[in-house]
Ligand binder design. Structure first.
Ligand SMILES: Cc1cc2nc3c(=O)[nH]c(=O)nc-3n(C[C@H](O)[C@H](O)[C@H](O)COP(=O)(O)OP(=O)(O)OC[C@H]3O[C@@H](n4cnc5c(N)ncnc54)[C@H](O)[C@@H]3O)c2cc1C
Length: 447
């Protein structure tokens, strides 16, 4: 057990509230601040982004005994339902029994705050943190950036305040602080598939629905109330873009042409389209993540990634698992806890950022590429035959808690093998012949 400290967590999002539970159960006094109102008290429209929770997320939740409470609000998805232009295909995510889980961000966040409060963490809502004094872990709170501020001093402060973190903002003004931020030219917008009159789902609720169309795509994840939350990803500008859809007729015609089987299930398409905002997607990297034994960044505040691997929250939750491991090993030596935490996490955060960005490229540029489809077909065939020798990259990221850096490295090695295989003569016709199998086995030996 560590000596009890007075700790502030800035941000009551998913990462901040789970961190609060871990810190409280480790014997600390925990105050969580958020600039927003208490989301449990505001009128909730029932609409919100859905997240896919996978192994790393569950491990962090189970690690502090709250996994089962969250399982009650999660829907397992064991497969992708791929809505092609003229057909519907199903593709299992992993082995028998392996699923990712659809959870509404709003429902999960409210649950996490409830759980953190029951554990004894105190929450302070509508409290805007404008700045922090790093050396003394003092928060500066006020109504406006230029108005009066109140100071609150702590033993340490965690910045769990998301991709545009104010805590990081202060650290950025230190010398030797590296920082980069890159926006995609793709944005996203939410749409809604309501439940049937009897409360049932209009599509299979245990599938992650995807309408891949090259540079744009639609996805849909199920909610407990029978509805689905859809997200349309599309370039901001250009031929098929948000800018090109300017009125009701254009939106309806676009969906009719490109997502025809979705039209019947999204009754308020044009209303949703023009009412809901178009949001941006950013990759943000920085280092260091900590300042002496006083300040640590965690979650999106130190590694925001694009959502194409469904790992942002999972990675943030894994930060907590690793931080806690360091707390157990180094006890009261918080400087060591922090330095080992950032040393362990930074390469993994960079790896999942890279994998997520590659997945975006893969979905936007390669899905229609014949060579790429052939590669996927061969990989699937070989992996089914030799599950012990070829674990697909997706499974390494999603159904494992091995480091992301390892998944990236093995994925690169597998890609190099596949490049050689695709160079084999007449590969289009011999792709499932023994000579291809033997070639892969032989190349695997060179690892
Ligand atoms: C379209 C989309 C789909 C996604 N899908 C997935 C998915 O399927 N699976 C997955 O694992 N991840 C997914 N993610 C990523 C996931 O949403 C984030 O990684 C996760 O929400 C990060 O949590 P966080 O607590 O670090 O930050 P946030 O959720 O951003 O929370 C930050 C909190 O800090 C508060 N705050 C900010 N500034 C201040 C301040 N100055 N003072 C006080 N409070 C402040 C905010 O009000 C907020 O409550 C997706 C993201 C997007 C955009």
């Amino acid at each position: 057990m560590q000596t009890s400290k007075k700790i502030a967590v800035v941000g009551s999002g998913l990462v901040g509230s789970l961190l609060a539970i871990y810190l409280k159960k480790s014997g600390h006094t925990v105050h969580v601040y958020d600039r927003s109102p208490d989301i449990r008290k505001i009128q909730f429209s029932g609409r919100s982004i859905n997240l896919a929770m996978s192994n790393r997320g569950w491990k962090a939740l189970d690690g502090v005994g709250v996994g089962d409470a969250v399982r009650e609000i999660a829907i397992p998805m064991d497969k992708r339902a791929i809505h092609l232009v003229d057909s519907l295909k199903f593709q299992n995510y992993g082995q028998e029994g392996e699923s990712i889980y659809s959870i509404s961000r709003g429902t999960l966040n409210r649950k996490m705050i409830d759980l953190a409060e029951s554990a004894g963490a105190e929450f302070f809502f509508e409290q805007k943190i404008w700045d922090v004094t790093l050396a003394s872990a003092t928060l500066h709170i006020g109504e406006t950036e230029r108005g009066e501020w109140e100071d609150r001093k702590y033993d340490m402060v965690f910045g769990a305040d998301g991709a545009f973190s104010r805590i990081r903002h202060r650290m950025q003004r230190q010398s030797m602080f590296n920082y980069s931020q890159e926006f995609l030219n793709i944005g996203y917008k939410e749409l809604h598939i309501p439940a049937n009159a009897d409360g049932s789902h209009k599509l299979d609720k245990n599938s992650f629905h995807i309408w891949p169309r090259g540079e744009y795509m639609l996805i849909a994840l199920s909610n407990l109330d029978g509805s689905f939350t859809c997200t349309l990803f599309m370039p901001f500008e250009g031929e098929n873009s948000f800018a090109s859809l300017t009125d009701r007729k254009e939106v309806e015609a676009f969906f009719e042409k490109n997502f025809s089987d979705s039209v019947d299930v999204i009754p308020n398409l044009a209303e949703d389209f023009f009412r809901n905002p178009t949001s941006t997607l950013v990759t943000m990297k920085c280092f260091p993540w900590t300042y002496t034994d006083k300040i640590a960044l965690i979650g999106d505040a130190c590694h925001a990634i694009v959502p194409f691997y469904g790992q942002g929250m999972n990675a943030g939750f894994e930060d907590i698992t690793v931080l806690y491991e360091m707390m157990l090993v180094y006890g009261d030596d918080w400087e060591k806890v922090f330095s080992e935490y950032e040393k362990s996490r930074k390469p993994n955060a960079d790896a999942i950022a890279e994998l997520s960005y590659r997945n975006f490229l893969e979905m936007s540029t390669k899905t229609a590429d014949d060579k790429f489809l052939l590669q996927k077909k061969i990989e699937k065939w070989f992996s089914d035959k030799h599950p012990d020798k070829w674990v697909p990259l997706y499974s390494r990221v999603t159904f494992s808690d091995r480091p992301y850096v390892e998944a990236l490295a093995i994925g690169d090695f597998q890609n190099a093998i596949m490049e050689e295989v695709l160079r084999m003569e007449n590969i289009e016709n011999i792709w499932n012949f023994p000579e291809v199998e033997n070639k892969i086995l032989e190349l695997l030996q060179s690892q």
